[in-house]
Design a protein around this ligand. Structure first.
Ligand SMILES: [Zn+2]
Length: 1023
């Protein structure tokens, strides 16, 4: 995870007493068995590679010997953590399978599935022969504890099952590829757990089933090992940074546990859910020397069971107490990491009634032993870090492996000693998830059958299914009691935001404490049609559904001033579908059936040779154009009626297509077509299959990866090109119609400059030494950026009729280098919106970019840009934020505030009518004075066209933390800037974020599809 910030406060000091709970009364708990044979040679190497004696512990200062089981040396050629040794994924897996082969009674390897690039993920289970022989029986018991409905919520039966069962502690390593230590630590840990006969290890084997995935990001691991090998082969040179980790995203693979878009996330969810695991403990490397952020800092996620937060304290503080006794410096549990977002991989455990844990240890980004000098904040002694790290020390991968294994072994030992407590808690958390409707609520979330966006609704339901949430569907209409909507307080998102009610009410028969009978909240009845989806909260995994579908509120006065990640994510809003939070438990009595596969109806309705498809801003619509490549597509510029229903602006009229082909594409993409005898009479323009160039830099691919993933998911064809290609290709328009340039995260000037050209070239290409890199894209030298030639080529491309799509820092780039006349761009200075869901309003519904959208839309912004538009070159543009705050304004003089002044001693002159009010998203109209010499006046067809703006300040916040929102309130968010024959479409926010913002994908895809028709529906200024 990211490097952490200095820590404040005494937030958690009251829980320190918890450390004494459950410590076994054994004076030499971790002493090795005197009869235990030791691998002397291996042990000698452990000591040699450990740079200080206090970086060792009695748990890892020797290696038990075995006559039959191979040590990690058999694969590594040296001991775990040895300098220069970084095994590939396959080597790590080979070792785990050798372990299984040598000790089949204690070890079993599971396959979890494959990565995007086809590399296998595994998990290794280790326990005593008795436990392994009954793995299946144990899992069957855990399944009943995991779903207490199967035992009718019978606590006595649960106790019986708990007594018979053994919990599972699951450890995951190498999610973040540049954090390189976990695989070797976990190989050695697996060996120790398998062969060591010391009493405490036997107790772990007997009371816990340890499961280990040594490499989670298998693709990234192999690329990282390539880079390290390149570094070893070129010791005096600077080495290429790991520009690709996984196929799509880098560090953000640890932010995917909500939408579960990556293969590794889905594989881990499936494993946790199918094996009924009690703990998911994820290993990371960033801070010296071991930060157990199980305890972390507030605010804690508001949807987890308090039993879990108690478990965090128990496990975290016990872990530190043990590490303290070993005298290992730099072990600590408290830090600024908050546990608000459920996006982290470990949270798969937390959200499925288990326990989430995470270590940050200290890695060198490779296996070199080097001197590490720390910052004062890192080595300061604090209340939670009484034995802090050293200001300066030699640090080795072996040290890192010692810390990882020592922490894990003490944690496993504690867990083994309290296995029944944690199993009982697992049952209680599962039971309390099922009791949600009767306790805290809600009873269910309902997704109405008549939602205008069935495709997006289905996609969001599939996310829930990936999370193992049960989905039901009403087989008959039903009604529930809802609270009457209250006026929303100013400055809050509120549950009824944007007309998408997610209102909540206490059950009608349960007035709130202190409430008089006569001031019960007013209620109304709400009807839902048959076919509406119901997500019941009386199911074991209700918690993850509740967390994703509910609203988030992070107070600006929260003591935590540095949110670690996104503060809002409300999925119904970001997917642009209706989600109704229902507290009325009667909803559970509605007639319904379980749904295993969510499908939208796609059987073509009607007959004829012309097909119409409604535009509901579904991302699949762009894919449909490519699937029916040879067909003729017209796009309606106005709403129309046909086949007995209404079609929105942007709907397709398709000719020259075979019914079977339309049906096949519709079925694949979840798109409903209607067949007609003749095309409807509506103004329309043709759309082609645009040739898409997709631009990336060699600086970072983290944010563009989320965009690329969606193009790939829908199989939208594109050429993946780097800024270096753009720099070389003078005739971009000869190859592409649309260039998509997603956010880079490095700023406009670095996009042009690239990396510094000093020292050696940085190749990113497939070679015998580096077989795993260079596949997604390759270059002989990553350093050169776009360059001035590339800037000129891009501008020429647009002027010749191309469309350039940019967002966030690539918007700044296009603006900085003069491609966007009339648009001003600034960074907010006061706005605090660290990953917030905000309300936006469609300004120009006739723009093709807005096709299929309603009046408003929730967008993700973190924190976005401040756009302004002007009709003059160099104008700052916009109403200057006058907006709602603008009061009456007149010069000092006679009369009231509304009167005109009157100079004395001359006849009355009636002043001309005031200029119309200019809103923050509008350009100030051109005056006759300016038109006397219109040199700087942008001709009306070349002026920026605002498509979407941020909401008004009082409506802006939907979910998360928002402070000083008025800095961007009402400002343009999506602007279409014409430049000669082409267009640049600029986003102030990131419309394609972590697989969570499906609702705003359509803005990008509409622009692509209508790239040469973006002026459709445009009303031009008169002058
Ligand atoms: Zn990490």
């Amino acid at each position: 995870m990211k490097r952490l910030f200095p820590v404040r406060g005494f937030v958690l000091c009251a829980v320190v007493a918890a450390t004494s709970v459950g410590v076994l009364a054994q004076p030499n708990k971790y002493a090795r068995d005197p009869k235990q044979l030791i691998d002397e040679e291996y042990t000698k190497k452990i000591k040699e590679y450990t740079t200080e004696p206090f970086f060792l512990s009695p748990l890892v200062d020797y290696l038990p010997a075995s006559k039959t089981v191979p040590t990690p040396k058999v694969v590594l050629g040296d001991v775990a953590g040895a300098p220069g040794k970084l095994p590939y994924t396959a080597e790590v897996h080979d070792y785990m399978r050798l372990l299984e082969l040598a000790s089949p009674g204690r070890v079993k390897v599971f396959s979890l599935g494959k990565s995007e690039e086809g590399r296998e993920m595994i998990a290794v289970a280790i326990a005593s022969e008795v436990n392994m022989a009954k793995l299946g029986e144990n899992r069957a018991r855990l399944a009943r504890l995991a779903d207490p409905r199967t035992i009718k919520l019978d606590d006595a039966e649960a106790d019986r099952l708990v007594n018979l069962s053994v919990p599972v502690y699951y450890i995951t390593g190498s999610l973040h590829a540049p954090e390189t230590g976990a695989p070797t630590a976990l190989m050695e840990l697996a060996y120790r757990l398998t062969v060591d006969e010391s009493p405490y290890i036997k107790a772990i084997r007997g009371n816990v089933i340890t499961m280990i995935t040594p490499v989670v990001e298998t693709d990234g691991r192999d690329r990282q090992v390539d880079v390290y090998k390149w570094h070893l082969a070129n010791p005096k040179q600077s080495w290429p940074s790991l520009v690709y980790w996984g196929k799509y995203v880098a560090h953000d693979n640890n932010r995917d546990a909500m939408a579960a878009t990556l293969a590794l996330t889905r594989n881990v969810i499936n494993f946790v859910v199918s094996q009924k695991l009690q703990v998911l403990h994820d290993l990371h490397e960033s801070v010296p020397y071991l930060y157990d952020n199980t305890v972390g800092d507030g605010p804690y996620n508001a949807w987890v069971d308090p039993i879990l937060t108690d478990e965090w304290q128990l496990l975290g503080w016990n872990n530190m107490a043990e590490m303290t006794k070993f005298g290992m410096p730099g072990a600590f549990a408290h830090g600024t990491f908050d546990t608000w977002s459920p996006g982290y991989l470990m949270f798969i455990g937390a959200m499925h009634n288990g326990i989430s844990r995470l270590y940050e240890t200290f890695g060198n980004g490779g296996a070199d032993t080097v001197e590490r000098k720390l910052q004062p904040n890192d080595y300061a002694r604090t209340w939670y870090k009484q034995n802090p790290p050293l200001p300066k020390t030699m640090w080795s991968q072996r040290n890192n492996n010692n810390y990882q294994q020592t922490g894990l072994l003490t944690a496993l030992s504690y867990f083994a000693g309290n296995s029944k407590l944690f199993l009982k808690n697992f049952y209680l958390k599962s039971k309390r998830s099922i009791l949600k409707p009767k306790v805290e609520g809600p009873a269910a979330y309902v997704l109405p059958a008549d939602d205008a966006r069935p495709g997006a609704q289905a996609e969001m339901l599939r996310v829930l299914q990936r999370q193992a949430v049960e989905i039901s569907r009403a087989t008959a209409p039903f009604s529930v009691t809802m609270p009457v909507k209250k006026a929303r307080p100013r400055g809050t998102g509120g549950d009824e935001a944007g007309g998408k009610p997610a209102a909540e009410a206490a059950p009608a028969d349960a007035p709130k404490a202190g409430q008089k009978a006569d001031d019960k909240p007013k209620t109304e009845t709400r009807q839902f049609p048959a076919g509406s989806y119901i997500i019941r909260m009386d199911q074991p995994y209700s918690r993850i559904a509740d967390a994703l579908l509910d609203y988030q509120y992070w107070s600006p006065t929260d003591p935590q001033k540095r949110p670690y990640d996104d503060t809002g994510w409300t999925f119904g809003e970001l997917f642009n579908v209706q989600v109704v939070r229902v507290a009325d438990a009667l909803v559970l009595d509605a007639a319904m059936e379980r749904v295993t596969e969510v499908k939208v109806p796609t059987t073509i309705k009607g007959a004829g040779t012309v097909f119409v498809v409604n535009n509901d801003a579904d991302p699949s619509l762009l894919a449909l154009r490519y699937r029916l490549k040879t067909a003729a597509f017209d796009v309606a510029e106005e709403p129309f009626e046909a086949a007995g229903r209404k079609f929105s602006r942007g709907s397709f009229v398709i000719r020259n297509a075979q019914t079977a082909d339309v049906q096949a594409a519709g079925t694949e993409l979840g798109v409903q077509a209607y067949a007609l005898d003749a095309a409807p009479s509506v103004k329309a323009h043709p759309v082609k299959t645009p040739r898409i160039g997709y631009i990336h830099t060699w600086l970072g691919t983290q944010d563009e990866g989320w965009w690329r993933m969606e193009f790939d998911r829908l199989k939208i064809p594109y050429d993946y090109i780097s800024t270096q290609i753009v720099a070389k290709e003078a005739n971009l328009i000869g190859k592409w119609d649309v260039l998509v340039f997603p956010p880079v995260g490095r700023g406009a000037q670095q996009i042009v400059a690239g990396m510094p050209m000093w020292r050696n070239p940085l190749p990113w290409k497939t070679t015998p030494l580096t077989p795993n890199i260079g596949k997604i894209d390759s270059t002989d030298d990553m350093r050169p950026g776009l360059g001035w030639g590339g800037v000129v080529n891009l501008e020429t491309f647009v002027r010749q009729g191309g469309l350039l799509i940019v967002a966030e820092d690539t918007s700044v780039f296009a603006n900085t280098f003069g491609m966007t006349p009339g648009l001003s761009v600034a960074q907010p200075t006061r706005l605090n919106a660290p990953g917030t869901v905000m309300r936006a309003k469609i300004v120009d519904g006739a723009s093709p970019i807005a096709y299929g959208y309603g009046e408003d839309l929730a967008i993700y912004s973190a924190p976005g840009l401040v756009f302004g538009v002007s009709n003059t070159l160099g104008g700052r543009g916009g109403g200057g934020g006058r907006g709602a705050d603008a009061g009456p304004s007149r010069p000092t003089g006679r009369g009231t505030a509304d009167d005109a002044d009157q100079p004395q001693g001359r006849p009355v002159v009636v002043p001309p009518p005031e200029d119309p009010k200019v809103e923050a998203w509008q350009a100030t109209p051109v005056t006759d004075e300016q038109m006397r010499n219109p040199l700087g006046i942008i001709p009306p067809p070349q002026r920026p066209r605002v498509v979407l703006r941020y909401g008004d300040a009082r409506d802006l916040l939907v979910s998360g933390l928002l402070e000083n929102g008025n800095e961007i309130a009402q400002r343009p968010a999506v602007v279409d800037v014409p430049l000669d024959k082409g267009h640049i479409v600029l986003f102030a926010h990131n419309p394609m974020w972590r697989g969570e913002t499906q609702g705003s994908y359509g803005l990008v895809f509409n622009a692509i599809l209508n790239f040469d028709q973006l002026n459709a529906g445009r009303k031009l200024d008169e002058k």
